[in-house]
Design a binder for this molecule. Structure first.
Ligand code: TNX
Length: 534
């Protein structure tokens, strides 16, 4: 990381100018093909962006505004310009791909879709000095971009980060800032974990106590942690994400991790315990009661209000860590087990089958709303719902099992560097985390298609990869950023770049430039240090 400080080199352009932090080509994620050409394109007061179609024009406006801010030049958008954005159905890349050609006097970005144009322009921005990300005018910079020919497309269609505003709430403006930064690195999914034991974070008009009671966690000494998103705020964030080509995938946790809802409406659990949102971390034994028809009615009502807010084709129904002892002792649950014929077999207990029954009912209900379900890998237990996508978090085995049954999979295994709530450095000097030790290099080295799946010819069932930012110890924006960056940037490259283009040494070099971009966005990232002797 220290190398970046020696990169302040005098510019070949005008006297007194610096071309800062822009030595070499520093694009992240690494494009699939890149040929360096002679010369450089330079932004100036006469730079203009040209876009013929309205969709291309929207993308051009987005980037022109950023360029105007950082350079102070009056960069315009019109029908034609020296930076041209063009949609072309016949381009030989996938829907998110693009072609970018930079020469001394022109920049051409071509893609099949607006999303591809957006990524082509993000790549162009990464060829410019990192200060192009500044929110104020920066003087004394030579705004040059190395001439290149790039043809690029992502390896995976799902390149996600999971946000947990439940354990510690994350205000709407923090979420938008996060989206800004994720989009720089071509992340395209934000999995928004909106409900958990420690807090219910989404306004549901039919059940006001979910937020009146369920969004407030009061610690022993009286400190209150609270917060939730109104439906208006959610719509605004979902739109903001879409403008950055990020699809928000909502998660409604069920039937476990539901103590915040049960605190608000105790009749949702088997015994109707009066309680509070869970104050400490870990798994809660009190869960929803699938013996009660009213519990399903509640979930359906919540889904009815959530679905219109999230255009995503996927809806995450949780499914993880649901202790089943309360169901064993609940007459209504046992009655349901008998009625539905959910008898134990050598692989699954009756209660595991009851969990599977819950997930399958939700799958059917969501299908009537045009949604497909995603669930954590526990949804394999008791029989996998017919069209479910599995999010493999307890290692890769769940994902491998699901893909071998021709189910789609998203890989997010904790032990393979995808848990961004683990230490990035020496635990003696790092802020406290839930555990683990996960270096940037470990995260970077993960391959979401396990060899066994590739050998079975089932690699295509892996839709992609996700990094999870569970927030038990992320009690402020600064700490959340410190724990998750820069590993998020490694997840972005894993999701985009083909294996034969990945190279950790080169990533370590390129990330120095990314740090300056993070600085421009006021992100409080961790700087990886060499291993310290004990
Ligand atoms: C397990 S990952 C959980 C979360 C915790 C996390 C802490 C998963 C599906 N469940 O509820 O926050 O561990 O790392």
């Amino acid at each position: 990381a220290s190398a970046s400080f020696s990169l302040l080199v005098a510019c070949s352009g005008q006297p007194g100018e610096v071309k800062s932090y822009n030595e070499g080509i520093n694009i992240i994620p690494m494009p699939q093909s890149l040929v360096q050409q002679q010369g450089a394109f330079r932004l100036s007061g006469s730079t203009s962006l040209g876009a013929a179609s309205p969709e291309a024009k929207t993308i051009a406006e987005f980037f022109a505004a950023k360029m105007r801010t950082a350079t102070g030049y009056d960069i315009t958008v019109g029908e034609s310009g020296n930076i041209t954005l063009k949609l072309d159905e016949s381009l030989d890349v996938n829907d998110e791909g693009y072609q970018l050609d930079v020469t001394g006097d022109a920049v051409n970005v071509t893609a099949k879709t607006p999303q591809g144009l957006f990524y082509g322009m993000q790549t162009f921005m990464q060829l410019l000095p990192a200060e192009i990300e500044s929110a104020q005018k920066v003087s004394g910079i030579a705004w040059t971009a190395q001439a290149v020919s790039i043809k690029d497309e992502p390896r995976f269609g799902y390149r996600g980060i999971m946000l947990d505003p439940c354990r510690h709430f994350m205000p709407a403006e923090n979420v938008k800032k996060f989206i800004d930064v994720l989009s720089l690195f071509k992340i395209n999914r934000l999995h928004w974990h909106l409900t958990d034991d420690q807090g219910w974070r989404i306004e549901i008009k039919k059940y006001p106590k979910l937020t009146e009671i369920g969004s407030k966690r009061v610690e022993g000494e009286g400190t209150e942690h609270s917060g939730y998103y109104t439906q208006e705020e959610i719509k605004d964030i979902v739109k903001y994400a879409a403008d950055h080509f990020i699809t928000v995938v909502p998660e409604l946790e069920l039937p476990g991790h539901e103590m915040a809802a049960i605190a608000a409406y105790p009749e949702l659990s088997c015994k109707g315990e009066a309680g509070t949102p869970r104050v400490i971390w870990g798994v809660e034994d009190i869960v929803m009661c699938p013996g009660k028809e009213d519990m399903f009615k509640f979930l359906e009502d919540v889904i009815d209000e959530m679905v219109p807010l999230f255009p995503s084709e996927y809806f995450h129904i949780g499914g993880d860590e649901c202790p089943k002892t309360s169901w064993k002792n609940c007459p209504l649950c046992q009655q349901r087990i008998r009625k539905e014929g959910l008898t134990a077999d050598k692989n699954h207990s009756a209660e595991e089958k009851l969990q599977s029954y819950v997930i399958q009912r939700m799958e059917k209900y969501l299908a009537t709303k045009g949604k497909k379900i995603i669930g954590w890998d526990e949804i394999l237990e008791g029989g996998l719902a017919p069209s479910a996508t599995v999010m493999s978090w307890r290692g890769e085995d769940g994902g491998i099992a699901a893909a071998s049954m021709n189910h789609t999979v998203i890989m997010t295994p904790g032990g393979n560097g995808m848990y961004l709530d683990a230490y990035q450095g020496d635990s003696k000097i790092e802020p406290v985390t839930i555990g683990g030790y996960t270096t940037l290099e470990k995260t970077y080295s993960y391959n979401p298609v396990p060899d066994t799946l590739a050998a079975m010819g089932k690699g295509d069932y892996v839709l992609g990869v996700q990094g999870n930012t569970w927030s038990e110890y992320m009690y402020s924006e600064a700490i959340r950023e410190y724990m998750t960056f820069p590993r998020i940037i490694a997840v972005a490259e894993i999701g985009w770049t083909n294996l034969d283009r990945k190279d950790y040494k080169d990533f370590e070099r390129r990330i120095n430039n990314a740090y300056v971009r993070l600085d421009e966005h006021n992100v409080n990232y961790h700087i990886p240090m060499p291993e310290q002797p004990n």
